[in-house]
Design a protein. Structure first.
Length: 563
């Protein structure tokens, strides 16, 4: 319905302008908030990268100091060689006999390192001439020699070569492991790290250490630094903001902040502004609704009247006196339309009464089905009493078919449909006892599946109408119902005349499409009817296909999801 011409245009324009201004202002502020969040993410990345670089640089300097204290001259290196080559008791005896004046007992020297230096999680030493390694940690500060080191993941290691002062050659490797707990504590005290993922790579681009903030899922897949450099160059096409730095010794530090978390934080900051904008829009709309109060009441009166008309109160009319402008014209037009509808309804009502009377007379002229059932039952019982059991069976089968045809239910179980089809074939076998054989099987898990009535019977009937050859004595057909996975299969197979390859191709094409069948293709009408009912009842998945059986006959297969 249209609003009053002048007022409606002005108020509509006012509402659009005001809501547009408020929306644009909200969008500008939201964009500003988002840009600030993106800038903060870059700054926080840079701050975290700077902290990690300084931490690793400090650890590298600390490693060099420790290495100088422990193995700074030839005597100390020879002492380490003695520790590796002798067993503990021999080495202790040798250390006690040392007359150089300086106490050189390796386990004690290592312990002193832990007491004098902070942030050390462990020390590892390997010498080129020995297969064993030396390893110590906070739990066992004195350390010991080991053939194999325990597996440690996610730790920062600083490696330095052990240089013998006499020949200036590398005799081994000294490794200091940084305390992960201290690193995490310091990282978490840095602003913004709860959203970040911090990765440390070796100079060969192998992942050494990873930290994920509590808001970051930490989905690292061991990418190389080269990948992250590429990611940084194409940041707008990826999912993270990336900052990369490098320590003095070549360790790569990569800091990632997911854009989704940045956007989420920006939205949280923007949320209350959005709520305020929505409230202002709501107040504006409320004012407009109140302004249109009179107009709305007129429209509501028309609506109530039309609802009553839909409830068959065709005599009711809209009060035109309370309507103004276009609504008055509309009310008059509706009243005129209702007058015409009233006349048409009365004419149709008289026609329907006459049609009902004709149908009633037709029903009265029909034979009562119960009379037929009782008569057939009498014939069956009489045949039994006379010892004609075969005739009794035929009458019973025919009565069952008649009862099934006259019953009004639209859906039956597969078990009932199979029983009905079997009685149908049985009657043909009685007519041609030496020329027809049949076999029906149904899996136990599908007997109670509900299907449309007469889904299988037309396929069985189709064989006896078009496929059977009564000059033969080996006519046979079978019906098999079974389930595979979530689908139910119905196979109707005969050894009759079959159909040509071209005709079977055409029929399958019709079954798979929505093309209307040729009126002359009588054999296809029954198949198409079954196919259409199958698709209507099983819209999710259903299929009907004609196959050539090895006997030369026809194999009709129905497939649907059900049960």
């Amino acid at each position: 319905m249209n609003k009053p011409r002048l007022i409606s245009s002005l108020l509509r324009l006012y509402a659009i302008v005001m809501i547009t201004i408020i929306t644009l202002f909200t969008m500008v502020v939201g964009y500003t908030v988002l840009r600030k969040a993106m800038t903060d993410a870059h700054n926080e990345n840079a701050q975290a990268a700077k902290f990690m670089t300084e931490t690793i640089n400090h650890a590298e300097q600390q490693t060099e100091v420790i290495l100088s204290d422990l193995l700074g001259d030839a005597q100390k290196i020879e002492n380490l060689y003695a520790y590796f080559s002798l067993d503990p008791s021999q080495y202790l005896e040798k250390s006690l006999k040392n007359n150089t004046g300086e106490q050189l007992y390796w386990p004690q020297m290592i312990k002193q390192v832990y007491y004098q230096q902070l942030g050390i999680a462990g020390i590892r030493i390997s010498l080129n001439e020995f297969d064993e390694l030396f390893y110590s940690n906070q739990t066992k500060k004195a350390g010991d020699k080991r053939k194999k080191l325990p597996k440690h993941a996610n730790q920062i290691e600083v490696n330095r070569p052990i240089i013998h002062p006499d020949n200036i050659k590398s005799t081994g490797t000294f490794t200091m492991i940084i305390d992960d707990a201290i690193i995490k504590k310091n990282i978490e005290e840095t602003n913004g790290t709860e959203k970040q993922q911090i990765l440390v790579y070796t100079d060969s681009n192998q992942l050494m250490y990873q930290y994920s903030g509590e808001k970051n899922s930490g989905n690292s897949d061991n990418k190389s630094v080269t990948d992250y450099v590429s990611l940084n160059e194409k940041m707008t096409e990826k999912a993270d903001y990336v900052t990369e730095t490098e320590s003095r010794s070549g360790l790569k530090i990569v800091v990632l902040t997911p854009k989704s978390l940045v956007y989420q934080q920006a939205f949280q900051d923007f949320f209350w502004l959005l709520i305020g904008s929505l409230l202002i829009d709501g107040v504006l709309l409320l004012v407009l609704f109140r302004t249109f109060g009179s107009y709305g009441r007129q429209v509501e009166d028309i609506k109530v009247t039309m609802n009553k008309v839909t409830e068959s109160q065709l005599e009711i009319r809209i009060d035109e006196a309370s309507k103004k402008n276009e609504l008055k014209d509309i009310a008059a037009g509706i009243n005129h339309m209702l007058d015409d509808i009233n006349q048409q309804v009365k004419a149709i009502y008289v026609l329907e009464i006459n049609q009902k009377e004709a149908e009633l007379r037709a029903l009265q002229s029909q034979i009562n089905p119960h009379f037929l059932y009782n008569t057939l039952e009498y014939i069956r019982m009489y045949a039994l009493s006379e010892g004609v059991d075969e005739l009794a069976d035929v009458v019973y089968a025919f009565a069952s078919l008649l009862r099934n045809n006259t019953m009004q239910e639209k859906h039956i179980t597969l078990q009932q449909e199979m029983a009905f089809c079997e009685k149908y074939v049985y009657l043909y076998q009685m007519r041609y006892p030496d020329r027809v054989a049949y076999h029906f099987t149904i899996a136990e898990d599908v007997t109670d599946v509900i299907i449309p009535k007469f889904l299988v019977q037309p396929l069985v009937e189709n064989y006896f109408v078009h496929g059977i050859d009564f000059t033969r004595i080996d006519n046979a057909m079978s019906v098999k119902v079974y389930r595979k996975a979530e689908r139910i299969f119905i196979d109707v197979i005969d050894n009759g005349r079959g159909v040509s390859e071209a005709e079977r191709h055409d029929i399958n094409h019709l079954l798979a499409s929505k093309t209307k069948i040729n009126k002359n293709a009588e054999r296809s009408i029954g198949l198409m009817n079954v196919n259409n009912r199958l698709k209507l009842y099983y819209p999710t998945f259903s299929r009907m296909v004609l196959l050539q059986h090895q006997s030369g006959g026809l194999h009709v297969q129905l497939t649907f999801e059900g049960g």
